[in-house]
Write a protein that binds this ligand. Structure first.
Ligand code: GLU
Length: 386
């Protein structure tokens, strides 16, 4: 393996948090409609190895519709929306069960999470989905995510798990996403038609030329759905996450990537947390503000979260999940962040201890008004030597 190949392969082994998307064609045998059990077991062993190394792993698994259609005796070919929803309902239960069995054999707890478009696209719901997934990961479980196909209608559907996986990676600040399907990666042209087609091991920038290599939307047959994969790569890379497209048509497909197996890497040039903080600091318009005391301002400068005890006043109206300005006692803006509470709720808990939140609001929310992961401290802090 060349040095460049080795360096590429290490990206997966060294990632802190990895999202792995598994395509239907790998999970389900096209001829029999049955689950490819032994292959799934080999993938589960790879996931267990990664967990054992301390890496967080999130699976985005397709296959519900492909598994369910056979059990319902639905015909081959394109299904109507209601039929695919019904097939997903029957298939998802089998899919989740299979994941549970193969991962529990390695002592790994499995959690099923079904998402709809709004869960990743609307900030409030996004925060809920994110905190559940983060909690699962902190507890050592492997979330197995799919789109909630039974309730997603055509207008509010992702329809493909490539983009869903990239959104999940963005939401969880993952540093590596792997799309496993039946294509080995990106070629400069369709290798079936053009003998001069070259394989691309690495894409540093997603240019118009790269997009045209993937084919336009709908050109699925020849390019094996490459357009949605490149779209997923754009989302992931924009969020500071490397993305790898690889064929899963081998046993132990993740170990194969780590050993330098053929795949296409889309390279991120920034860290996920840095990208997220830029987004909070610059792209989001602040909906309101929080005035904090000197002690809280010093704590924020040291990388701490903002607790209700440190808030002295609330400005304007905002919702949970909105971006807010945080100003110190001298009126200077010290930070920006996403508030875990609405302006009304912050007014009720400000100046109080986190332990009192439940009694004051009637529900037990987060201990922090703004968690440090959702906070960007602006400029140098007065008197902070370190
Ligand atoms: N959510 C679909 C399923 O489980 C798969 C979507 C996709 O293939 O990307 O059948």
């Amino acid at each position: 393996m060349s040095q460049a190949d080795q360096a590429r392969a290490r990206r997966l082994a060294r990632a802190r948090r990895v999202v792995v998307k598994v395509g239907s064609s790998l999970l389900v045998d096209g001829a029999t409609g049955r689950l490819n059990r032994s292959w799934l077991e080999s993938l589960a062993a790879d996931v267990a190895t990664m967990r054992g190394r301390g890496q967080d792993v999130v699976l985005v698994s397709s296959g519900a519709i492909a598994l369910g259609r056979r059990h319902l005796g639905l015909p081959a070919g394109r299904l109507r929306l209601e039929e695919s929803q019904a097939a997903a309902a029957v298939g998802q239960i089998r899919l989740a069960h299979a994941w549970k069995e193969v991962l529990e054999a390695h002592g790994v707890a499995v959690a099923q999470v079904l998402l709809t478009f709004g869960d990743t696209e609307q900030r409030r719901r996004y925060l809920n989905a994110r905190s559940t997934l983060n909690t699962l990961l902190a507890l050592g479980a492997v979330p197995v995510i799919n789109e909630n196909d039974t309730v997603a209608t055509a207008e509010i559907r992702y329809g493909d798990n490539d983009r869903l996986a990239a959104r999940v990676a963005q939401m969880l600040a993952a540093d590596c996403t792997v799309l496993l399907s039946d294509v080995p990666g990106l070629f400069t042209a369709d290798p079936a038609r053009d003998p001069g087609a070259r394989f691309l091991a690495e894409v540093g920038e997603i240019t118009a030329e790269i997009e045209s290599m993937a084919g336009g939307p709908g050109s699925g047959v020849g390019s094996g759905g490459m357009a949605t994969k490149v779209e997923a790569a754009r989302i992931a890379v924009g969020a500071g996450c490397h993305l790898c497209i690889a064929s899963g048509k081998v046993p132990h497909p993740l170990a194969a990537i780590e050993q330098g197996g053929r795949c296409t890497w889309f390279v991120a040039h920034e860290q996920p947390v840095a990208v997220r903080k830029q987004w909070i600091a610059g792209t989001l318009k602040a909906a309101g503000g929080l005035v904090i005391d000197e002690g809280a301002a010093t704590a924020l400068g040291r990388g701490k979260s903002l607790l209700p005890a440190g808030v002295v006043a609330v400005q304007g109206r905002f919702d949970r999940g909105d971006a807010v300005r945080v100003t110190g006692p001298d009126g200077r803006e010290v930070a920006r962040g996403l508030s875990a509470y609405s302006s009304d709720d912050v007014r009720r808990i400000l100046g109080r201890r986190s332990a009192e939140i439940e009694q004051l609001l009637g529900y037990r929310g987060r201990d922090e008004v703004i968690h440090r992961d959702d906070l960007v401290v602006l400029g140098p802090r007065r008197g902070s030597g370190a």
